[in-house]
Design a protein around this ligand. Structure first.
Ligand SMILES: [Fe+2]
Ligand SMILES: [Fe+2]
Length: 320
C-alpha cells in the first residue's frame, strides 16, 4: 500500500484536508466504546484513520458517509505499528462548494482505459489463429465494461482504476518484443495467454467503478482467478468449437501462470509460451511494485520493506 503525504508528517502534526473514503465502518473498541474505522485515500495512496469514542448522537451524521464519498477531516497524525495514522477530531462530507473532482482522489493507471483497450483489441485483430482470435474477441466483448475500470488486485500491484488493463497492455507490449527475440515463441499464443491469464479477476475481485476493490467474490474466495479462468475457457471453447488440444493448452496457460503451488498453480508450464507468460507477469508486477515504492522514497534513502518483494528495502539513488 502506497502512503499519502501523511506518512511524511511528524507525529502530533495537525491537518485539515480532503480525502476519499475507501472503507468505513463503526466498530467496538477494547474499551467497549464505538469508534469509526476508515481507510482514506488521496491520489498518492492510502492512510487509515480512526475517530475514537463515537457517541450515539453522532451516528446519524456519520452514517451518511459512504464509501466513495469525499470528506473533509480535521485530524492529528499518530503512529501505530510503525505506520502513520490519523486521529480524526472532526469530519464532514464535502459539498459542491468545496469544488472538488473525484478523479483527483483516485489512483488511476497512467494511460486512458479506452486507449489501452484499443491497443489490446488491435493485437487481437492481427492474430492469425482463428480459434485464439475468436476466444480473445469474445472475452473482450463480454467484459468490455468492467475492463475499463477494474483494478488488477485488491492490494499490491496494479490496485488502481484501469489497473487490469494497464497490466495486460504492458505485458502484451513486452510479449510482442519477446517474440522478436525468442523466435521459437508463437506470437498468437503469447498474445492470447496474456489476454486470458487474469481475465477472471473481473469475477474474482469485487470492485466499484472507481477501481477500488472491496474484497473477493464468493467464487474468488473458493476458486480464484486461475480455476475460474479454466472454467470460462472450457465453456467458451465448447461454444466456439475450439478443439481439445488448443482448449486444454489455453487452460494450462492460465492454470500455470502463477508457477508455484503456494501461489495457486498446481502445475508448472509445459511449453514455451506458457513459461514466457509467467515471466511477463512477474516482470510487470515487480516493476510496478518497485516503481511505486521508489516514488514514495526520498532520494538517497531506502524504501519501507516491500512485502511483495520478499521484504526488501529498495534504494533510491540520490544523484543518478
Ligand atoms: Fe494471475
Ligand atoms: Fe497477471
Amino acid at each position: 500500500m502506497k502512503e499519502t503525504y501523511v506518512n511524511n508528517l511528524r507525529t502530533d502534526a495537525e491537518i485539515q484536508d480532503f480525502f476519499m473514503v475507501k472503507t468505513i465502518a463503526v466498530k467496538i473498541g477494547s474499551n467497549k466504546k464505538q469508534y469509526l474505522d476508515l481507510l482514506l485515500a488521496d491520489r498518492m495512496g492510502e492512510v487509515t484513520a480512526k475517530k475514537w469514542d463515537v457517541a450515539d448522537t453522532e451516528l446519524p451524521s456519520l452514517n451518511e458517509i459512504k464509501e466513495g464519498d469525499l470528506i473533509k477531516v480535521k485530524a492529528v497524525v499518530t503512529e501505530w505499528n510503525g505506520m502513520k495514522q490519523l486521529k480524526i477530531m472532526r469530519v464532514r462530507r464535502a459539498v459542491d462548494q468545496d469544488g472538488l473532482e473525484l478523479a483527483d482522489f483516485i489512483k488511476a493507471a497512467p494511460e486512458k482505459p479506452q486507449d489501452m483497450l484499443d491497443y489490446i483489441t488491435r493485437a487481437v485483430e492481427s492474430m492469425t489463429d482463428p480459434d485464439l482470435k475468436a476466444l480473445c474477441s469474445r472475452l473482450l466483448a463480454d467484459n468490455r465494461e468492467k475492463l475499463l475500470y477494474y483494478p488488477a488486485a485488491v492490494k499490491n500491484h496494479h490496485a488502481q482504476l484501469g489497473g487490469l488493463l494497464y497490466h495486460t497492455k504492458r505485458m502484451l507490449d513486452m510479449g510482442e518484443r519477446a517474440c522478436l527475440v525468442y523466435t521459437n515463441l508463437k506470437r498468437d499464443w503469447v498474445v492470447c495467454g496474456v489476454i486470458i491469464h487474469d481475465m477472471e479477476k473481473l469475477n474474482e475481485i469485487e470492485s466499484n467503478e472507481m477501481g477500488v476493490a472491496s474484497g473477493y467474490s464468493f467464487e474468488g474466495q473458493l476458486l480464484g482467478h486461475l480455476v475460474q479462468g479454466v472454467k470460462t475457457i472450457d465453456r467458451l471453447a465448447e461454444e466456439l468449437g475450439i478443439g481439445r488440444e488448443k482448449a486444454i493448452m489455453l487452460e494450462h496457460m492460465v492454470l500455470t501462470h502463477h508457477y508455484e503451488p503456494e501461489y495457486g498453480s498446481p502445475k508448472k508450464p509445459l511449453f514455451p509460451e506458457a513459461e514466457m507468460l509467467h515471466y511477463l507477469d512477474m516482470i510487470d508486477a515487480k516493476m510496478f511494485d518497485m516503481q511505486q515504492a521508489l516514488e514514495a522514497t526520498e532520494p538517497g534513502g531506502f524504501s519501507d520493506k516491500i512485502w511483495t518483494l520478499d521484504n526488501r528495502r529498495l534504494y533510491r539513488p540520490a544523484e543518478v
